[in-house]
Design a protein around this ligand. Sequence first.
Ligand SMILES: [Zn+2]
Length: 207
Amino acid sequence: MMSKTHIAVGAAAALAIAQTGSVESCVLAIVGGSLGGIIADCDITPSKAHRDALMGRLIVAGIALAAFAIDYWYGAGVCNYLLESLGAKLVGGIAVFVALTFVGAHTDHRSFTHSLVAMMGFCVAVWLAFEPMLPFFVTGYASHLVMDLTNYQPIKLLWPMKRGFGLGLCHAKRLANSVMLIVGTVATTLLLAYRLAPLFGIAITIG
Ligand SMILES: [Zn+2]
């Protein structure tokens, strides 16, 4: 699937497990879900032919900046947590994350970074650097692998095994991608509204 679709579905999946009425939880879900949703595609080098890869990274950077700015302005606690936990663990986590991204950028598309081994490695990095974001990051990463698994082009889920896995249900860039982009965007919007509604004194009951 394309970057925007992975970002939208990753964010929606993470918001589905976020806490209702908590800005902190929504900030973590939006940033963790969108980052986890796109990081596996660090194996695509942005270029003229791959503008989508560059656009995806810029969108996630924009989302993170906006979410952290809202957190800081609202005093929700995510920025404070990061400042208070500045130390070897956080720096080590970032170093592991950067190293895995570097390795991923030098491997074939849909191989190492689309495996359970890489997912576990990235999760260790996030756990070290920013533990509260871990469940949302895992959810976003898992959504990426599940969506790519539906495509014709296989992914090496069990890397270093050479065998690729793909259900062959759809193409990564065609109708299914557009449908999932719309579903992900609508779900993200509705879930965010639902999670934040109590803060505005709005009670939404389902059923
Ligand atoms: Zn992918």
